[in-house]
Design a protein around this ligand. Structure first.
Ligand SMILES: Cc1ncc(C[n+]2csc(CCOP(=O)(O)OP(=O)(O)O)c2C)c(N)n1
Ligand SMILES: [Mg+2]
Length: 338
C-alpha cells in the first residue's frame, strides 16, 4: 500500500472538539507507553497488544458514535475502552489483575469489559467479536431499540468464517451493525497479501451487499467524518455498513513478537504520518493549537496515567477462596462422582 499524502482540507472542527480528540489520542499513547514499561517490570503479565500508531481510529470513530451504542472490540482494545469512558484506573487495575479492574481482574489486557459504557469486550479470539455484535444488533432490532452496534476487528479476522457468516446474516436481516475494520496490514507476522487472494477488503464486504467506505486511519478527520456518514446509514435502519480504516501499528504485534517480518524503513515511513503529530501540526498551522496547549494536554495525560498506576498498585488481589467463583463447569459433587 502506498502512503497517501497529508490532506489539504482544513480541520472542520471548533477548537474545543479538536482539542478533545487530540487529548484522547494522547491519553491512549501515554497509557500504553506506561503499560509497556510496566510489562518490562513484571507488573503486567500475560499478553499485551499495544495500539500505538492506531489511536486515530478508536478516537475518531468512537467520537462519531453515541453513548447508547454498543461497542465490541478485539484484544487491542485499551484505547477503545478509555475513549468509551472506562476510567483509566479501572483499566490499569485490570491490566494488573486486581479486583478493582473493570473485569474484576479476571480478564486482563485482552478482556476489558464494562456494561455501564456498553463496551462488550475485548476478545482474545480473532473474529470472535463479530457474531457477538450481530447478536447484540439482532436483540436491539427485535426489541425495537434504536442503537448502532460498532464492531472493531483487524483485517486478519476477515479470513475467518465468523466474518463471512456475520456479514451475511447482518445484511440479510438488515441489522444495525457498523463493521469497523482496522487494517494495519499485518495479522501477527503475516502480511495481508501473503494470506488473502482478495486484498481489497471493501470488495469482500461488498460481496455481501454491504455498502463500504475506506478511511485514512492515520488522519483523525477522515476517520471521524467517514464514521459519521457510515453510522448515519446504520442508524437510519438501512442495514449494516463496513468501514476500512487503513492504519499501522508502530509496535510489535504483542510483547512476545520480535517483529522480524517487516522492513524497519516501512515502520519509519509510517511514523512520519503518525496520527498525533500530524493532527497537532495541522491544528497549529490553522491557529487552533499552541505548543503550550499541547504540552498542557500531555501533562494532564501523564498525570492521569500516574493516578491510574497508583490506583492499580493499591488494588487488591482476589482471595484464593474466590478462585472457583463464577466457574460454571466445576462442582465438588461432579468431581467426586468422576
Ligand atoms: C481464532 C484465532 N486464531 C488465531 C489466533 C492467534 N492470533 C492472535 S492475534 C492474530 C492476528 C490477528 O490479526 P488482525 O486481525 O489483523 O488484528 P491485529 O492484531 O493486526 O490488530 C492471530 C492469528 C487467535 N487469537 N484466534
Ligand atoms: Mg492486522
Amino acid at each position: 500500500m502506498s502512503i497517501a499524502p497529508p490532506p489539504a482540507k482544513s480541520v472542520p472542527y471548533a477548537k474545543k472538539f479538536a482539542l478533545a480528540l487530540l487529548h484522547d489520542m494522547l491519553r491512549i499513547r501515554r497509557m500504553e507507553e506506561k503499560c509497556a514499561e510496566l510489562y518490562g517490570e513484571g507488573k503486567i503479565r500475560g499478553f499485551l497488544h499495544l495500539y500505538i500508531g492506531e489511536e486515530a481510529v478508536a478516537v475518531g470513530a468512537l467520537h462519531a458514535l453515541k453513548p447508547e451504542d454498543n461497542i465490541v472490540a478485539t484484544y487491542r482494545e485499551h484505547g477503545h475502552a478509555l475513549v468509551r469512558g472506562v476510567p483509566m484506573e479501572a483499566i490499569m487495575a485490570e491490566m494488573y489483575g486486581k479486583r478493582e479492574g473493570c473485569s474484576r481482574g479476571r480478564g486482563g489486557s485482552m478482556h476489558l469489559f464494562d456494561a455501564r459504557t456498553r463496551l462488550f469486550g475485548g476478545n482474545a479470539i480473532v473474529g470472535g467479536g463479530l457474531p457477538l455484535a450481530v447478536g447484540l444488533a439482532l436483540a436491539d432490532k427485535m426489541q425495537g431499540v434504536q442503537r448502532v452496534t460498532a464492531c472493531f476487528f483487524g483485517e486478519g479476522a476477515m479470513a475467518e468464517g465468523a466474518f463471512h457468516e456475520s456479514m451475511n446474516l447482518a445484511a440479510l436481516w438488515r441489522l444495525p451493525v457498523l463493521f469497523c475494520c482496522e487494517n494495519n496490514l499485518y495479522a501477527m507476522g503475516t502480511a495481508l497479501a501473503r494470506s488473502e487472494s482478495q486484498t481489497d477488503l471493501c470488495a469482500k464486504a461488498a460481496s455481501y451487499a454491504v455498502p463500504t467506505l475506506k478511511a485514512d486511519g492515520q488522519d483523525i478527520v477522515s476517520v471521524h467524518e467517514l464514521t459519521l456518514q457510515a453510522q448515519r446509514h446504520v442508524r437510519d435502519g438501512k442495514g449494516p455498513f463496513f468501514v476500512e480504516y487503513q492504519t499501522y501499528r508502530y509496535r510489535a504485534h504483542s510483547m512476545f513478537d520480535p517483529d522480524l517480518y517487516r522492513d524497519k524503513r516501512e515502520v519509519e515511513e509510517w511514523k512520519t504520518r503518525g496520527p498525533l503529530h500530524t493532527f497537532s501540526a495541522r491544528l497549529k498551522t490553522e491557529g487552533k493549537l499552541t505548543e503550550e496547549e499541547f504540552l498542557a494536554r500531555d501533562r494532564e495525560a501523564l498525570a492521569e496515567v500516574d493516578r491510574a498506576v497508583a490506583f492499580a498498585e493499591a488494588g487488591t488481589w482476589e482471595p484464593i477462596e474466590d478462585l472457583t467463583r463464577d466457574l460454571y463447569t466445576y462442582t465438588e459433587k461432579k468431581m467426586e462422582a468422576a
